[in-house]
Design a protein around this ligand. Structure first.
Ligand code: NAP
Ligand code: ZN
Ligand code: ZN
Length: 347
């Protein structure tokens, strides 16, 4: 077994403590990673606080992992010692179903195997995530990171990045398209950068007026401060595509009114409780309400390569292990600029 030091919540909502545990030995198809940085995703917070239902404790969260390959199994072909490598939200899937074969492993018919807070496919091992110093993963579920990208800024691409890149590509964001991003947090700021790089006209819809300058610097063409849904009245039928990254429950109906005819609002934020939708908002304009969840391995690699080509990384605040509890509080308060990333050497 491989000895690991991580940061764990021992029970629901508990403060983080150092936690020693073991990972499996490096198998023939596995890669051993020295983790350099792990991003803090709001999904980590939802799960530690059991906002999505009962969770497994002790929990070592973290699914935005960037590091360096320390060793490889005997059959590994994709990676060599010293390569930069990334691991995201899942570490396995059935590999046999239609979605898996189509590169949509995140939608595996048997369910993807999450990076933490789940049992691995053996049905016994509790998956432990990236708030730790060492990781072992099957090479098919990791991506290559070009050395031109800094590992701290690249870590959040493994979840926040792909989660916005995938729907932007699926709904053809590009020149001539008006894209709005709801919420300028970890996910939202990556959406702005990618939509801008794809050539779309980008508007940020935010409840934090202080983020205006940052949004424009990231590539947004417009910034609309939304203190109240009625602030959107002037923007009826404006957007082709809206990506909702808001982590809290909000009134979605006022936003649907800002879609053009045939426009789509994609739900990405997952507060955990249902919210009402007036279907009349969809009928009037043949609008679609859709959802999207991260992206497959091939598209994650495509997103990383796109980021290298366009010099895109996340705006990060690198923190040490003792700051994670504070980082959670600040993230929930929408006070994150724009992703907290844990320096794994401090664990
Ligand atoms: P985050 O960094 O906390 O950003 C969320 C943003 O939402 C905040 O910065 C804020 O932006 C806005 N917001 C928060 N509370 C609000 C409120 N009460 N009213 C209006 N706006 C509010 O979170 P994240 O890591 O980007 O994650 C966002 C959501 O996506 C989470 O629910 C997470 O679980 C989910 N997620 C989904 C996927 C997927 O595959 N679909 C993947 C990863 C994460 P402003 O200050 O600009 O308003
Ligand atoms: Zn995430
Ligand atoms: Zn499958």
């Amino acid at each position: 077994m491989t000895a690991v030091r991580g940061l764990a919540a021992m029970s629901k909502g508990a403060a983080f403590v150092t936690h020693d545990f073991a990972r499996r030995d490096v198998g023939a198809h596995d890669v051993l990673i020295d983790i350099a940085f792990a991003g803090i995703c709001h999904s980590d917070i939802h799960q530690v606080r059991e906002e999505w239902g009962p969770a497994l404790f002790p929990m070592v969260p973290g699914h935005e992992i960037a590091g360096v390959v320390r060793s490889v199994g005997s059959s590994v072909t994709k990676f060599a010692v010293g390569d930069h490598i990334g691991v995201g939200v899942f570490i396995d899937s059935c590999r046999k179903c239609e979605p898996c074969k189509a590169g949509l492993e995140q939608y595996c018919n048997e369910g993807m195997t999450g990076t933490y807070n789940t049992l691995e496919r053996d049905g016994v091992t509790v998956a432990m995530g990236g708030y730790s110093n060492v990781f072992v993963v099957n090479e098919d579920y990791a991506v290559k990171i070009p050395k031109s990208l800094p590992l701290d800024g690249v870590a959040p691409l493994l979840c926040a990045g792909i989660t916005l890149y995938s729907p932007l590509k699926h709904w053809n964001a590009g020149p001539g398209k008006k894209v709005a991003v709801m919420g300028l947090g970890g996910l939202g700021h990556m959406g702005v950068k990618f939509a801008h790089a794809l050539g779309a006209h980008v508007t940020v819809l935010s409840h934090s007026p202080s983020k205006r300058e940052d949004a424009l610097a990231m590539g947004a063409d417009e910034f609309i401060a939304v203190a109240d849904p009625k602030d959107l009245k002037a923007y009826g039928r404006t957007f082709d595509l809206i990506l909702n990254t808001v982590s809290a429950q909000i009134d979605i109906n006022a936003y649907l009114a800002t879609l053009k005819i045939d426009g789509t609002l994609v739900v990405i934020g997952l507060p955990g409780a249902p919210y009402p939708v007036h279907v009349g908002s969809l009928l009037d304009g043949r609008k679609s309400l859709a959802g999207s969840m991260i992206g497959g391995i091939a598209q994650t690699q495509e997103m990383i390569d796109f980021s290298a080509k366009h010099s895109i990384v996340s705006d990060v605040e690198v923190i040490s292990a003792d700051y994670v509890d504070t980082a959670y509080e600040r993230t929930v308060a929408s006070d994150v600029k724009y992703r907290f990333v844990i320096d794994a050497s401090t664990i």
